[in-house]
Design a binder for this molecule. Structure first.
Ligand code: SF4
Length: 106
């Protein structure tokens, strides 16, 4: 996924005060709550990563998430991870499919 995938656009994350919270999905509201509670250095880092992101040329998959530690294979900021990461069941069929797809990248 390239970077932590919060359920909000770069423009929304960069200007949360302008968001119409009532119009957001439940998942997006959960991510918004986490986003505003996150240390500003992490928020700034993600905004920069989203702005600078370029998908790998010729690849059908995005690169690894920037929060993934390649040595430990763990999330560097697990307590701040987006809702999609919380909902993704480790060991599920979807999990195994993604692991197989990314196996050669990691
Ligand atoms: S759990 Fe962490 S490392 Fe894994 S995709 Fe989510 S934010 Fe990235």
């Amino acid at each position: 996924m390239g970077y932590p995938a919060f359920n909000l656009t770069l423009e929304q994350l960069a200007g949360v005060e302008a968001i119409d919270v009532a119009s957001l999905s439940e998942l997006a509201r959960a991510d918004l709550t986490r986003w505003v509670a996150m240390p500003s250095r992490l928020r700034d880092g993600i905004l920069q990563q989203m702005a600078d992101y370029v998908a790998p040329i010729g690849a059908t998959l995005d690169g690894p998430c920037t929060w993934l530690d390649p040595e430990t294979k763990q999330c560097r900021h697990h307590q701040h991870r987006p809702q999609v990461c919380r909902d993704f069941a480790v060991g599920s069929s979807g999990c195994r499919q993604w692991r197989a797809a990314y196996h050669e990248l990691l």
